[in-house]
Design a binder for this molecule. Sequence first.
Ligand SMILES: Cc1cc2nc3c(=O)[nH]c(=O)nc-3n(C[C@H](O)[C@H](O)[C@H](O)COP(=O)(O)OP(=O)(O)OC[C@H]3O[C@@H](n4cnc5c(N)ncnc54)[C@H](O)[C@@H]3O)c2cc1C
Length: 434
Amino acid sequence: MNMDEVDLAGVGVGPFNLSIAALADEVPELRARLFERRERFAWHPGLMFEGSRMQTSFLKDLVTAVSPTNPHSFLNYLVSHGRFYSFLATEHAAIGRREFADYLGWVASRLESLSFADEVREVRSTRDGFELIHDRGRTRARCVVLGTGRVPSVPACARQHLGPRCFHAIDTLTRPLDLRGSKVAVVGGGQTGAELVLELLRGTWGEPARVTWASRRLNFEPLDESPFANHLFTPEFMAMFHGLEGARRESLLERHKLAGDGISLSTLRALHDRAYELGVSGSELRLDLLPARELIDVEARGSGGFELHLHNLLDETNEPVQADWVILCTGLREQLPGCVEPLLAELEFDAQRRPLVDRNFELRRPRRGNERLYIVNGGRSTHGIAESQLSLMAWRSAVILNDVLGRRRFDIERERGLIRWQAAPSWAARGEAC
Ligand SMILES: Cc1cc2nc3c(=O)[nH]c(=O)nc-3n(C[C@H](O)[C@H](O)[C@H](O)COP(=O)(O)OP(=O)(O)OC[C@H]3O[C@@H](n4cnc5c(N)ncnc54)[C@H](O)[C@@H]3O)c2cc1C
């Protein structure tokens, strides 16, 4: 087995670690290697519905926010593919997810630091860093960044029923589905739930007899994309959020839910139009829209179907729903990857057993020296709603790379936001090292 030695090793190559690799490409003295278990780059392929659109600007790409001249920008992708003027002519507020995924794949194909079909099986502490055991060998690294993404969140009452007809939406498009004439229940009222219902109404898998869409939210609610809501996705806000005590952070996460996790207005409009057209055309397809319903139980029926028990949060009644198929659009949750099991005893956790993440995205643990263990997309409770979004991806990558290098290679303190969140300037605004 070969043994490599690098300064920075990455576990997982989704957009977040890809951004680190793209910026690290500007720093030749930094030896970086990032491992991905997939054969090639892919961005949530199981949810890549035709026509689905981004919820963030294309300028929030892998690099532009901190290094607009970096060759791995979305604009360079457009120019290199001869689509710059056509792209401008589309005048879309949000670009298609397929195009963004293609951009990400294009960058991945240009970076030599990435190793595909190379799952990391174990990360162990050594005297001066870490050792990674992965499918193609062993690698020693002073710093490691975990970028393995989030995992499907499944309501406890549905877990025992998971199978071919009751599944989490994350891999919908990789399943052979024939839903003609079936009763389909979709649980979850976020963007994924909305996109899935729209696909069902378009007959993507054949025309179902009945579609039930249940959401715990009080209505099918839009993403808050108003100008001041966008300031929640800034380094200043994240720094302020990180400095708050735990209970305040929890309450802000709840209050800011729709800024990060609502349904795009264009999807809501398309869905509403389709639902209305069904009524006008006298279609046989029955659509039941059930907001303010919490899934409290699932029972398997002898016929191979299910009975869902929903609790109505408005009038406190319970109602049963029959379904042949149950598709859970119940979100993703943070989880440390299994490969860091040998390090768990070193990490600090909060009362809910979530790892504590410092403002430089380092997992809190007693340091032995210059080694660092970072995580991206693993600190929603410490860093706020922007942590799981693309908005601050490039900035966060620069924070981590500056920290690894021990110097300000990337200027991350240039921007001054319109809103002053704190009486005293934040650590970012003061220009302190993070
Ligand atoms: C359908 C969908 C659309 C979204 N659209 C937007 C949007 O428009 N705007 C926005 O801001 N955010 C969006 N998000 C949220 C967020 O940007 C994405 O979830 C993003 O993919 C997160 O990137 P990531 O790198 O953390 O994780 P992932 O994309 O999940 O990548 C993690 C990678 O790690 C690999 N991996 C896991 N374990 C190992 C291991 N042990 N060894 C090696 N590799 C491993 C996995 O194979 C995977 O490729 C969207 C999310 C979803 C689900």
